[in-house]
Ligand binder design. Sequence first.
Ligand code: 13P
Length: 338
Amino acid sequence: MTDHSNSLIDTARALMAAGKGLLAMDESLGTCNRRFAPLGIAQTEENRRRYRELLVTTPQLAQHISGAILFEETLYQHAKDGTPFVDILKAAGIVVGIKVDAGAQPLAGFPGERITEGLDGLRERLQQYAGQGARFAKWRAVLSIDTGLPSRTAIEANAQGLARYAALCQEAGVVPIVEPEVLMDGDHDLARCQAVTREVLDVVFAQLHRHGVLLEGMLLKPNMVLPGEGGPQVSVQAVAQATVETLRRAVPAAVGGIAFLSGGQSSALATEHLNAMHQGAPLPWPLTFSYGRALQDDALRLWAGDDANVQRAQQALLLRARCNGAAAQGQYRPAMEG
Ligand code: 13P
């Protein structure tokens, strides 16, 4: 569908480099402020900038991180010495990405469900972001599990949004990360999450086909198949098996790669789950991480807004990146935690 096919495939491959994954540092203003509040960090643009400077200047990060997803504000920010964050990442060999959705709003007529917005003007915004150095993008749709939810309407509306976004990205030469997140809120069991995740992925890929999206030039960012937070918990192996089984059934082998969100799992579990998925038969696609909280939680807590803690916080980020990089190859060992 596009002249950009080769460069899209090259970018997708670079993001899926062996032993590496993505750093999701694209928290919106509201989300970033929500993470700052309990740590007593003032919710200012300057503090968000200081925190993001800590992340992007972490020494050796590129050994385990192939790409970083930025929020729009961050794409235009600079380090204290005046160097644009984009240039710092590029110089380190980390591909720059950008969250382009405008967030999830209540879906009219469907209480408890949401639709992700942001398609208006997206073609023009993608041109600007690409001009600023972004080579990939992210759009997140959220689906809740509850009695009777998610509705087929919410699944279809969000899948169509994801497909329209992905097609616009590829038209602009930007690799789309397609993120349909089935949330882990609730008391449902593993089987329910598996059934819902399967249905969502089936509908998403049907829409991607209908919109002519080049599968080799896109990445999927799914939830793992997990029981609800309040539901019956299961072993690491059970999560890995259910997740891989679902993805094998629903995700075409042509897809450029799969990079999980962490979704509220603890950092340690997110690593163990990914590692366990690599213990079985070879997988048809590269399978890695694109974590936000599971990479950043320790670092943010250690930093707590105080520059005296930058080095310790960066070490904590690097440790999580290293453990997850190993997990993406099935080589994580608890002894690596140090
Ligand atoms: P979490 O890993 O914290 O779920 O964030 C990943 C992400 O990018 C959500 O859109």
